[in-house]
Design a protein around this ligand. Structure first.
Ligand SMILES: [Zn+2]
Length: 338
């Protein structure tokens, strides 16, 4: 679906609120973790604690405990990464919100392998998924992303750095922009260091140019923000009707393990839950829009219809409210089409 210019500007404005909020002002306190060795950020020492969690043969996830936007408490580390060790080096999927976070990721990878990171995949252009790239500049050979994401990083990279510096009151430090150069436009199979990876576009479902990574032999799926588990998904830059179709396709892959962009490690359960919630959200928004209700009048009705999902999703109320204008605008276009 093409986004008409008229609604593109408000989307840009919303982008300034970052890609992935658990809701503005929400503070879960999870950013600092619980217990001395729990992953998280320590504002006193200004350091991050990360853990490489084994999820398959030489496959690891590095999961952020934060369920909110980058802020001083979580030091900006609020998104997940994953990595795979091959015979020729490591492939890293998403590199975090800053070069400093990327550097901690690098140390975390070094706790399980001596091999350097040779390849990075950036799932999408929101700053919490690629700003860490430059921490790997000495060893990385190729950075993969879609064409749209590479373009967007060239165009808006500095805006993301400035935004996260503001939001974290400087905690993310300085980051150099290292944009992807290996761009893909369609489903692409690559063999790197003897391991098979499938990169495929989401059809702009969560944001323009998202890609996912699938390891068919191990049935491991790295989704970026196309899948959220224990955090309310952001729909402000989405194409919701296309996203629902995409989630159905992901369910059919029958993944054994799913590393979502935000939230706990999961499996197909989280994909099914998101698809079910979005299906209701989309159907109800279209219905009320068709009946002439404004986004403000639509919000409480839609909220009621999807309320049963709230216990699964921190940030439910804030994000639903924040993103309603976008979903309503999409519903208006879809209703005009038919
Ligand atoms: Zn994100």
């Amino acid at each position: 679906m093409k986004i008409p210019y008229k609604i593109f500007l408000p989307i840009l404005a919303l982008l300034l609120l970052s890609c992935s909020g658990g809701g503005a002002g929400r503070s879960s306190g999870a950013g600092s973790g619980s217990g001395k060795n729990a992953p998280g950020y320590d504002p006193k020492t200004k350091t991050y604690k990360m853990k490489a969690r084994k999820i398959g043969p030489d496959i690891y996830a590095v999961l952020s405990p934060a369920r909110d936007l980058p802020n001083p408490k979580n030091g900006g580390w609020n998104s997940n990464s994953a990595f795979v060790i091959t015979k020729d080096g490591v492939l890293l999927f998403d590199s975090g919100s800053s070069q400093k976070i990327g550097a901690t990721l690098k140390q975390t990878i070094a706790t399980v392998t001596d091999k350097p990171v040779r390849w990075i995949v950036n799932s999408h252009a929101h700053g919490d998924h690629w700003l860490g790239n430059a921490a790997f500049k000495k060893t990385v050979k190729d950075i993969y992303a879609s064409e749209q994401v590479a373009e967007s990083i060239f165009a808006d990279g500095q805006t993301w750095i400035d935004r996260f510096r503001r939001m974290t009151k400087g905690a993310i430090g300085k980051s150099e922009i290292m944009a992807p150069e290996k761009t893909i436009t369609k489903r692409t199979e690559v063999v790197l260091g003897g391991r098979k990876f499938v990169l495929f576009p989401s059809g702009n479902s969560h944001s323009r140019g998202d890609i996912l990574l699938w390891m068919p032999e191990e049935r491991a799926l790295f989704t970026g923000d196309v899948v959220y588990s224990t955090r309310m998904p952001s729909t402000f830059a989405s194409n919701l009707d296309r996203w629902i179709v995409m989630l159905g396709e992901l369910e059919r892959l029958k993944p054994r393990v799913v590393v979502p962009g935000h939230g706990d490690l999961t499996d197909a359960t989280s994909i099914t839950r998101m698809r079910e919630m979005f299906t209701i959200l989309w159907r109800e928004t279209r219905k009320h829009q068709k009946n002439g209700l404004s986004p403000e009048k639509t919000l409480p009705l839609v909220r009621q219809a999807v309320l049963k999902f709230k216990p699964h999703y921190p940030g439910f109320e804030d994000k639903l409210k924040r993103d309603m204008a976008r979903v309503h605008a999409q519903a208006e276009i879809a209703n005009k089409r038919k």
